[in-house]
Write a protein that binds this ligand. Structure first.
Ligand SMILES: Nc1ncnc2c1ncn2[C@@H]1O[C@H](COP(=O)(O)OP(=O)(O)OP(=O)(O)O)[C@@H](O)[C@H]1O
Length: 254
């Protein structure tokens, strides 16, 4: 059970309010949440419920309006600008819905870039980029530009880029949202493999098939935690059953 696991990330009374002109919108409302090391945590909820906002707050890519986010016990809001930049570069990897690769860099250079930014040894970064290209079946595409490969290959390169600095946790915001079915399954298989190898993952998704890959589900409703479900390890043989369980759970919490 999650209660016996190590807490990696913690949200404590977290609120996020967006201000547009005179209008305020409370996107995240007093959220308390623990994310455990080694878990594949899935965040689901209706459109506009605050999933991406929560992901950005947990990953330190955005600032809370009030409350605290703690990573391995350290408050992100108390990091200096330099510490926060180091945290983002070294401790987390982020996968976006659209791969967000630099268009005029090869896949290899896109993957290696965060390693250079984090001031890692150039030769080690390049070796790791080569290993990741091979591992993600992109070894023949390394010298191509993003525009010269398929959407699925772009997304695999984005996963490799997120992994280049061996992050403690990977955040993924609808990583299969812009992919066709087959490409989506390939990406989910990669995430499942990473999780089986001990990688902590936090993923936002609308997709029940993607949600099946997690071992814990957090449901967000109107910026609040609407429930959480421990699902146990994923196995392809039980995917249909699991999908039905998630559907029933999510429907019951709407
Ligand atoms: N920069 C912003 N300024 C004002 N409001 C925002 C901003 N970003 C998000 N919101 C609002 O906050 C709410 C939560 O947005 P968020 O993107 O987190 O939702 P979501 O659950 O990820 O939605 P979706 O599934 O449609 O991507 C939405 O109502 C959205 O319109």
């Amino acid at each position: 059970m999650s209660s016996s696991k190590t807490v990696m990330l913690q949200a404590i009374h977290v609120c996020k309010t967006y201000t547009t002109g005179k209008e305020q919108f409370h996107a995240i409302r007093n959220v308390d949440l623990s994310i455990y090391q080694g878990d594949f945590t899935v965040i689901m909820g209706d459109s506009g419920s605050g999933k991406s906002t929560l992901l950005y707050l947990l990953s330190g890519l955005d600032e809370v309006t009030s409350g605290e986010v703690r990573f391995q016990g350290h408050r992100l809001d108390q990091f200096t600008t330099k510490e926060l930049a180091r945290f983002r570069a070294n401790r987390i990897g982020f996968i976006y819905q659209n791969s967000n690769l630099v268009p005029d860099l090869s896949l290899f250079d896109n993957i290696a870039l965060p390693g250079y930014i984090a001031n890692q040894d150039k030769h080690l970064v390049q070796q790791r980029a080569r290993d990741l290209l091979l591992d993600l079946s992109l070894d023949k595409q390394g010298s191509r530009l993003p525009s010269q490969v398929s959407g699925g290959q772009q997304q695999r390169a984005a996963i490799a880029r997120a992994l280049i600095n061996n992050p403690d946790v990977i955040f993924a915001d609808e990583p299969t949202g812009s992919l066709n079915y087959e490409q989506g399954v390939t990406v989910l298989d990669i995430l499942s493999r990473m999780h089986a190898n001990g990688q902590s993952i936090v993923m936002v998704t609308h997709d029940m098939k993607a949600a099946c890959r997690g071992n814990r589900l957090i449901y967000i409703r109107d910026g609040k935690i609407g429930g959480s479900l421990d699902m146990g390890p994923y196995s392809p043989e039980q995917a249909a059953e699991r999908e039905a369980m998630i559907f029933a759970y999510v429907t019951g919490r709407r």
